[in-house]
Design a protein around this ligand. Sequence first.
Ligand SMILES: [Zn+2]
Length: 334
Amino acid sequence: MFNCNSLSLLNFTYYFKLSLGICMVIIPFIFLEYLVIRIIRYKEKHHKINKYFIKKRFKEFFYIVVIFLLAYTLNSVIQTPNNKCSLYANRKVISAYKDNLEVVNNSNLSDNSKKEYMDKVLTMAYDNYTKGKTTDITLKLKQEIKKEESVKVEKLNNTNNFLNETDNKKLNGVYVQNGVFYYKGYISGNYSTYSGTNCPSNPLKEGYNNPYGYNNYFYNRLTKFIEEANKNGYKITMSTQGCRTYQTQVNYYNTMERGRAAPPGWSLHGLGIASDLEFYQKDGSVCPSGRNDYSCPSMGWAHQNASKFGLTFPLLYASYREDWHIEPINKQKY
Ligand SMILES: [Zn+2]
């Protein structure tokens, strides 16, 4: 339902209703009086009333009735219970709206929440006005906003409280304790310790929360991180290659420049705890190579905020810089 949540709309409706009231009552009243006075004066002057004179007066009277009926009809049309503007268009409700607009606008809430609070102000002010309630609107508003703001902060803290993560169930040989990712260290000749040898072939059916084969906890951190980036207007995407098989790593190693790909068996990509991100410009194009944190603001944001989400870019200062390669911040071999 349309809620008439705007000061200018409320004011407009108020003055519109006022002018309808004037058209319905004051104008007809003044003209009627004027008509009567004219008739009386005419009679005083001529001692009797002419037929044509009366006919003319009837015409004027007809116009008065038409103005009244038009205003009356318009007024009944806008006075429906669905038209909140018309219900709320009175001085008391409008001044309550004005008084509390600043309280709501100064809060840290989203625009949608602010709108909801102003809806509440209107309902409370209307109840005060029509049902004789005496709610202290500003006080109630401040209490509710404070409550919502604290819930919001708590939620954010929980979101980023990755140090609470503990799950001893191994996925691809990786488990998590107090936010630290434990993974099997590479032992030469011990094939079971090679990364990429345990990638799931159907992740969603094998206990993973994503179709790519990323470790569940790493995936959660990445998702929250990317969501927050998007909220701030930066487009970032994660690679759909969540778990790189040993064979793929062999191919990369053999075809890429030395130092570019980790030796087969070593890469954290094969354990589902590394990802390669794609960074985008405002116009939707991919940030080109040779970029830096300033020429590619989405990457700048990512490099600056990763740690808040339990993530890190470990190859920023490597001899072969990989500004897109991201991993969990706390890792340990077992
Ligand atoms: Zn990588």
